[in-house]
Design a protein around this ligand. Structure first.
Ligand SMILES: *Cc1c(COP(=O)(O)O)cnc(C)c1O
Length: 362
């Protein structure tokens, strides 16, 4: 086998190596089941066990209260841009905070369903920080307040969650920082994430939703877009992405075996500090997030002093086994995504390379 690289991709992204090894071992024959997980009926007792364990472990990891449903869906995080307004816009108007490409896409879809009030936006700053939120601009009668907890492209993350007015549920896209730090589920009406950043393979989207928010769709809502359909059928109204759920379950187990979310958070903070501290004192690289308090510990965007250096930087990094560092086109420069599964050694190797590159290109 060729040597594995350090993969800094924003998503699909690095997976924990022990998880991949276990999946490889079980690929032909899972336990005593006599077949691969891919070959199991989603209604079989053998798959039900895998499914129930995955959900139970996620509930343990995130301390999910009993009055919240966990739905295992498809359609990516992007389908939630539509499902959320279709299910939650009972009164027909919602508040949104615009912090980047993903919130813009969500806003675009919500406008097709009802009235959207943009409470705050940092678009004029090219989303290089999070906007100041004026609580007076929030609608106390809104169906929900929508945020993106961690902006994958711009590398910003709320140090503390915005607080909606009393009675207005907070709805959050946590695709790129779920399970990277503790969150209190009670702060949310609905929290969702695509799996391919911090949880598992692409093809699975998990929605954690408070029960009282389910069941209010207009009658003409397509069955598959109604949370009630999936809640009533234990996410088995149709065939769920069985193999992706199995892989996510292995990741949840790996996290539990390694100290849970709290331990991940400690390590993530160390990894991020290693990289940001070096960037800040390098006198060469520059972080693109303008307010340091808003820096993400998952996605670290930075630029080199001269764009002409981007190509040699990427080439030499790749030769060292440090791949997918190219930044998103809307920010430029580099972006290192350092999700839970990225080991500290990966970040240390990157910093060592960056130091050598800076020394030879000053
Ligand atoms: C990646 C990402 C998405 C889009 O996910 P898909 O599964 O491709 O639809 C949405 N929101 C955030 C914050 C993301 O990082």
């Amino acid at each position: 086998m060729k040597k594995r690289v350090y993969n800094f991709s924003a998503g699909p992204a690095v997976m924990p190596e022990p998880v991949l090894q276990q999946a490889a071992q079980e690929l032909l024959c899972h336990g005593d089941d006599g077949m691969s997980v891919m070959e199991m009926s989603h209604r079989s007792s053998m798959f039900t066990k895998i499914f129930d364990e995955a959900e139970a472990n996620l509930r343990t990891l995130m301390h999910i209260p009993d009055n919240y449903k966990v739905l295992f869906l498809q359609g990516g995080a992007s389908l939630q841009f539509s499902m959320i307004p279709l299910n939650l816009m009972q009164k027909g108007h919602a508040d949104y905070i615009n912090t980047g490409s993903w919130s813009k896409k969500a806003i675009k879809e919500a406008k097709k369903v009802g009235e959207v009030n943009i409470v705050a936006s940092s678009e004029e700053q090219n989303f290089s920080e999070l906007p100041q939120i004026d609580a007076a601009k929030m609608n106390p009668d809104a169906d929900y307040l929508y945020i993106v907890t961690n902006n994958t492209i711009y590398g910003t993350c709320y140090p503390e969650l915005p607080k909606p007015p009393a009675g207005v549920p907070l709805v959050a896209d946590a695709s790129s920082n779920i399970l990277s730090r503790p969150y209190d589920i009670n702060d949310f009406g609905l929290l969702y994430f695509g799996a391919q950043k911090n949880v598992g393979p692409a093809g699975l989207t998990i929605v954690i939703v408070r029960e009282d928010l389910i069941g209010h769709c207009p009658a003409n809502t397509p069955t598959m877009l109604d949370y009630q359909t999936h809640a009533d059928n234990g996410s088995m109204f149709n065939t769920p992405p069985t193999f992706a759920i199995y892989m996510a379950g292995l990741v949840f187990k790996w996290m539990l075996d390694n100290g849970g979310v709290e331990a991940m958070w400690e390590t993530n903070k160390k990894k991020a500090a290693l990289l940001y501290d070096y960037i800040d004192q390098s006198g060469f690289y520059k972080g693109t997030v303008t307010n340091k308090a808003h820096r993400s510990i998952m996605n670290v965007p930075f630029v080199l002093p001269d764009e002409a250096l981007n190509k040699p930087f990427l080439e030499q990094a790749e030769a060292r086994g440090l791949v997918n560092l190219k930044g998103h086109r809307s920010v430029g420069g580099m972006r290192a995504s350092i999700y839970n599964a990225m080991p500290v050694e990966g970040v240390q190797t990157l910093v060592d390379f960056m130091r050598e590159f800076a020394q030879s290109h000053r």
